[in-house]
Design a binder for this molecule. Structure first.
Ligand SMILES: [Zn+2]
Length: 544
């Protein structure tokens, strides 16, 4: 390298160092959820946050891809964002973006660029280190119907929760609270009928997390009720509310939405006002619910391919309108009233559910011993690979007794590459993956306690339950549920965790690990966490 080149490279290196500051604990508000402290890199042009849980608060799904991530939006559009991307096309719209930043083995997302791509409003207060991503209320329209006034609110991004509605008196007013929403500059519709609605008002009810309140000042007691929603193909969301006088409120149906339809459980949301009653009729494998009116809005039924509900339709019969659900297998239907109407839950009895498949991964093996305890006279050292296999077998027994199916990535002292361990779980379409390890610290005796690692958002609930059970059964120090890009939890498609119940090179924990009783406890805690995660073990039943 010539002298000049060396000088130039040195300047480049120096300028990189100046640009890359340390992350600062900041407050990131994503729609209605607060993530604080969140490490944020306050670079020249925009703040960056490391890829993590907070993306799930936007209902985004993401998978790691070469030097970046592939992201899927709530309206099922995908885009790729890498460390060299400068432009993203979404819904036919081009947006200039900053590339992802790679730092300390993590990918960092430029937040202003993200907001532009997704049409979110971004509010940045660099001084106070607060960043808020909100959906923008873009449009309000009012339409008279035979049932009352229909108000349609259009948002730039799907709301995290349905609008909350209610009525207040003195003076009479009906309101709707819109969480995760920021107020743009938009015209407020005038009252369509001053004898009923005095005026409409709009205000930022709270700013952190942001909530917008839409109010109708009314001449007589009245209330809003959610009638349903529609998703635009451009990702925008339209929510419909019905404003009715409380005195004369005939029952009506706004919309039926299939919330979920899994093999053992299906949930339908019925928006509207049913006069406080919902009747369920069930004959063999057909559930029918009489409806007060035909739906005001087109219904949203998910694909009924594999779920418990084979077919859902709204029918008109001699007796009137009804929702009819044809089930694939016998199940029971129950209804729960909520603020927006009713939830209809169809569930298979516990004993007929499919046995969940759990992949148990004993860490290390063969030529890779893992961590080893310090040398002691008269005692053989403990080797991580032997302990993990011992605990894995105990866990397998407990799971099988509990009605689960189990696959092990290894059953003897052999070395299995990480991609193969992941492939066992992915190929078998397992329902959960648990990798068992024993921790070690560079300075023996300096660190001790329990950690559980996960990467994808769907894995967090499993990690949290296993962690809580480990703490209560082992009584060690809790070092946290940590999100880390470890290979086996990063490349598995199902909820996946890696447990580090204790430290092999802490004298007290080493002594505990030498006892069969303690290793059985570790297995039992993991088992209980899994059973809680799948809803097979509730706290009440644990007390038995
Ligand atoms: Zn290990």
């Amino acid at each position: 390298m010539s002298r000049w080149w060396r000088f130039f490279a040195w300047v480049l290196l120096l300028s990189n160092l100046v640009g890359a500051q340390e992350p600062t604990p900041s407050r990131l508000v994503v729609l209605d959820k607060v993530f604080a402290p969140m490490p944020v890199l306050w670079a020249d042009k925009e703040p960056y946050a490391p890829i993590g849980d907070w993306l799930a608060a936007l209902r985004l799904r993401w998978v790691p891809s070469q030097n970046g991530v592939a992201v899927e939006t709530p309206h099922h559009q995908t885009f790729l964002w890498t460390t060299s991307t400068t432009e993203i096309v979404l819904d036919g719209q081009r947006t200039e973006v900053a590339p992802l930043m790679e730092r300390q083995n993590e990918l960092w997302v430029p937040l202003i660029s993200l907001a532009r791509v997704l049409r979110l409003t971004v509010i940045v207060n660099a001084e106070k280190q607060v960043i808020k991503l909100a959906s923008a209320l873009q449009e309000i329209s009012v339409l008279q119907t035979s049932l009352g006034w229909k108000v349609t609110l259009t948002f730039s991004y799907p709301l995290p929760v349905p609008p909350k509605t209610g009525a207040l008196s003195q003076p009479d007013r009906a309101y709707s609270d819109l969480a995760g929403v920021s107020l743009g500059d938009l015209p407020i519709p005038s009252s369509p009928d001053p004898n009923f609605v005095v005026r409409f008002r709009l205000g930022q009810f709270s700013s952190d997390p942001p909530i917008v309140r839409f109010v109708a000042d009314v001449a007589m007691p009245a209330t809003f009720q959610v009638a349903g929603k529609e998703q635009g193909r451009d990702g925008r969301e339209h929510w419909h509310l019905l404003l009715q006088p409380l005195a004369q409120r005939p029952p009506w149906l706004g919309q039926v939405q299939c919330v979920s339809n899994a093999s053992h459980r299906a949930v339908f949301q019925l928006f509207g006002w049913f006069g406080g009653q919902l009747t369920i009729r069930q004959e063999a494998q057909v559930v029918s619910v009489p409806l007060p009116t035909p739906p005001l809005l087109p219904s949203e039924f998910l694909s009924m391919d594999d779920g418990l509900v084979r077919r859902a339709e709204i029918l008109q019969t001699k007796e009137g309108w009804s929702l009819q659900l044809a089930l694939r297998e016998p199940a029971t239907a129950v209804a729960q009233q909520d603020e927006s109407g009713w939830l209809l839950v169809i569930e298979k009895p516990f004993f007929t559910r499919r046995a969940w498949l759990i992949v148990v991964d004993a860490g290390h093996g063969g030529k890779d011993p893992g961590a080893i305890s310090p040398q002691r006279p008269n005692q053989p050292p403990l080797v991580e690979k032997h302990l993990t296999l011992d605990i894995a077998f105990r866990l397998k027994r407990l799971l099988e007794q509990g009605g689960y199916r189990v696959l092990m990535t290894r059953t003897d002292d052999t070395s299995i590459p990480l991609p193969e361990r992941v492939a066992v779980a992915n190929d078998a379409r397992a329902d959960a993956f648990v990798s068992i390890h024993i921790n070690a610290f560079p300075q023996p005796g300096a660190q001790w306690g329990t950690e559980v690692y996960y990467w994808t958002p769907q894995s967090y609930p499993l990690a949290e339950r296993i962690y809580r059970n480990l703490l209560s059964l082992l009584g060690r120090k809790g070092n946290g549920v940590r999100q880390r890009q470890l290979y086996v939890v990063r490349h598995t498609f199902m909820p996946a965790v890696l447990v580090e119940p204790c430290y092999i090179n802490h004298p007290e924990e080493e002594a505990l690990l030498r006892t069969e009783e303690f290793r059985e406890r570790i297995a039992l805690a993991i088992f209980q966490g899994i059973a809680e995660f799948f809803g097979d073990l509730t706290l009440e039943r644990r007390g038995e």
